[in-house]
Write a protein that binds this ligand. Structure first.
Ligand code: MG
Length: 251
């Protein structure tokens, strides 16, 4: 099932995608989805980020091939950082290049876990119950600022640096998905989530023992090798098998 948020006639609603149409829901995507009214063609609505997260937690290094690309050892423990909710945009929205401070801005195509239920002290075997599904995210990074930016709070946090969407897929195995990132039609990242170092249950269980995870919170599972630069005018498209395609233009 594909769940999202969209705007039609200036009103934002939660919706369910079915055969190229989006159907408004009576409630939110965190309850049992009940259709409320006729569907709209996807071309006739504007999709929003499917959730409004209270926080987005990211893993610093979680793909073996990205670790070797950076000439770094495979970590024994995950390293985390956060991106603010103010950085979130949806598919089709523009990534704004912050010229005043940034001289290198990179894309990082990533699988994102979408929390569906309030989660605190969850064991690994129970994690699935708390996950609504999976979506696609771009962990946009000001690479030139990163070396002097201890926990990466500045380099990861500019407005529009967290494109998310186009929807949440509820039925997908997160550990066997192909990720393909294209910039202006050219493939720049291609990997499979079976190369991830830390699994979804391990990460969600661990985080839930630190902080409460709220419905709509996002956990980005890290990027594979092939990260690279974006410049104004570029179109970046991140496809994940079984989910869809997140597409944004840089302005
Ligand atoms: Mg990343």
């Amino acid at each position: 099932m594909k769940l999202t948020r969209f705007v039609h006639n200036s009103v934002s609603k939660y919706g369910m995608i079915d055969h190229g149409k989006v159907y408004p829901l009576a409630g939110t995507i965190f309850e049992k989805p009940i259709r409320d009214g006729l569907g709209f063609r996807l071309e006739d609505v504007r999709l929003l980020c499917p959730v409004q997260p209270s926080k987005a937690i990211c893993i610093g290094l979680n793909f073996k091939n990205h670790a070797s690309e950076l000439d770094m050892a495979i970590p024994s423990e995950p390293a985390f950082f956060m991106k603010p909710s103010s950085a979130v945009i949806g598919t089709g929205e523009s990534i704004v290049y912050p010229h005043e401070l940034v001289t290198q801005m990179d894309y990082e195509g990533e699988l994102a876990v979408v929390i569906g239920r309030r989660a605190r002290y969850i064991e690994e075997q129970d994690v699935d119950y708390y996950i609504l599904g999976y979506t696609i995210a771009n962990d946009v990074t000001a690479r030139n600022l990163q070396p002097k930016d201890g926990r990466w709070m500045i380099s990861k946090s500019f407005d529009t640096f967290l494109p998310v969407g186009p929807w949440v897929e509820t039925k997908v195995d997160p550990h066997h998905l192909e990720i393909i990132v294209k910039v202006n039609g050219t493939v720049r990242q291609r990997a499979n989530t079976d190369d991830m170092i830390f699994s979804v249950p391990r990460i969600i269980s661990y985080l839930s023992k630190v902080m409460t995870l709220n419905p709509g919170d996002l956990v980005l599972m890290g990027t594979p090798s092939g990260v690279g630069e974006l410049t104004p005018g570029d179109r970046v498209a991140i496809s994940i098998e079984g989910i869809g395609c997140l597409e944004n233009i840089v302005v």
